[in-house]
Design a binder for this molecule. Structure first.
Ligand code: SF4
Ligand code: SF4
Length: 343
């Protein structure tokens, strides 16, 4: 048994990680093969997958890398503010990747420092990962990938994954007691509003609400799928919320630092009235999938929500948005006014 690998795992547990496994970097080769097969099968997704290429080929980017340390941390312990429930995906509400105030962010930094002190060369990318994380976690024994494509541990799918590549040959498999999906279950697929999750393990990212309301959104006023977005404003949890294997896994035990203060400022009405300076300072650093120039995309998402869940109190806000300085916001607002005969 590799003593260094065991020391890393022990340190990870001490820092609050749920699981920690280590695999050879060679185990990512199979992921690259599957990744390329998928691109060949669905050429229209080529553009999307091109941006993910680096995760499939870590050896090209880190030629010195020999192993991958992969960890899970459960986030289903935070209280979900009522105003935001179902509107903003939980992974974004409780995102610790960039939030320096969270214990998890500090644990991430402490673990990296510890590995360096052990003499290892390591590399991570806190925001976007260094390898195909779910694949690495499955190979490391951290959990299983279910038909909705999420990785599940005993905490359900409410886990954040973190990974480092290292220059040391190591292997340390984790253990899990996660059972497979019930044979006849297809609840995640039948519940997907856009049919992006069309078959087991088959999801078209460019039709997924999570993509279309965050970094993939470019022309929502013309996107016919937007009519199916329901309550979603930024991200989507539907295929995880409906999963029986997530039942009872969200515990709501503690407040997420800073979120109670922010929640009243993220209601649909508040977003639509939000000023650029406030957005850049308070909102964008947390929800970093949209840039500091893209408050307009939040506003288009909110207008889409208001159309899909229309009530009279939204009328003056939608009419006001027809005079917004951004043409996409105006386009969305006008189209709603036309459709609902608002004046
Ligand atoms: S996140 Fe939402 S849109 Fe995307 S696959 Fe799941 S249910 Fe479908
Ligand atoms: S909803 Fe059913 S099929 Fe889908 S991931 Fe959960 S258990 Fe598996």
């Amino acid at each position: 048994m590799d003593v260094i690998a065991q020391m890393i795992q022990k340190k990870a547990y001490k820092l609050g990680y749920e699981k920690c496994g280590i695999i050879s970097i060679d185990l990512m080769d199979e992921y690259a093969e599957k990744f390329n097969e998928r691109i060949e099968k669905i050429p229209r997704l080529k553009m999307f997958y091109q941006s993910q290429q680096r995760l499939a080929n870590p050896k090209k980017i880190y030629p010195w890398a020999k192993s991958v340390v992969v960890l899970s941390v459960a986030y289903g312990k935070y209280k979900v503010p009522e105003e935001l429930n179902g509107h903003i995906a939980k992974a974004y509400l409780f995102d610790t990747r960039v939030d320096k105030n969270t214990k998890q962010y500090q644990s991430n930094r402490a673990l990296e420092k510890y590995m360096q002190e052990l003499g290892l060369k390591v590399e991570t990318n806190q925001k976007f990962g260094v390898v195909g994380m779910r694949w690495a976690a499955m190979k490391a024994g951290i959990g299983i990938i279910r038909r909705n494509n999420f990785l599940y541990t005993e905490s359900g799918s409410w886990v954040q994954l973190e990974a480092w590549v290292t220059d040391r040959e190591m292997e340390l498999k984790e253990t899990n007691n996660v059972v497979q999906c019930p044979k006849a279950c297809n609840r995640c697929m039948t519940s997907c509003p856009t049919k992006s999750l069309s078959a087991p393990y088959t999801m078209s990212p460019t039709e997924c609400i999570s993509f279309l309301t965050t970094f993939g959104v470019s022309n929502l006023p013309q996107e016919t799928l937007s009519k199916t977005f329901g309550n979603c404003i930024y991200g989507c949890d539907i295929c995880q919320d409906v999963c029986p294997m997530n039942k009872g896994k969200w515990k709501e035990e503690i407040e997420f630092p800073g979120l109670p203060e922010l929640s009243s400022l993220l209601t649909p009405e508040s977003i639509l009235k939000m000023e650029e300076d406030f957005y850049r300072e308070r909102i964008q650093p947390k929800f970093f999938y949209l840039s500091s120039e893209e408050l307009w995309k939040w506003k288009v998402n909110v207008l889409c929500y208001m159309r899909n869940n229309y009530k009279e109190s939204y009328k003056p806000l939608i009419i006001d948005a027809c005079d917004n300085e951004n043409n996409k916001v105006r386009e969305m607002a006008y189209s709603i006014c036309r459709k609902l005969c608002l004046q």
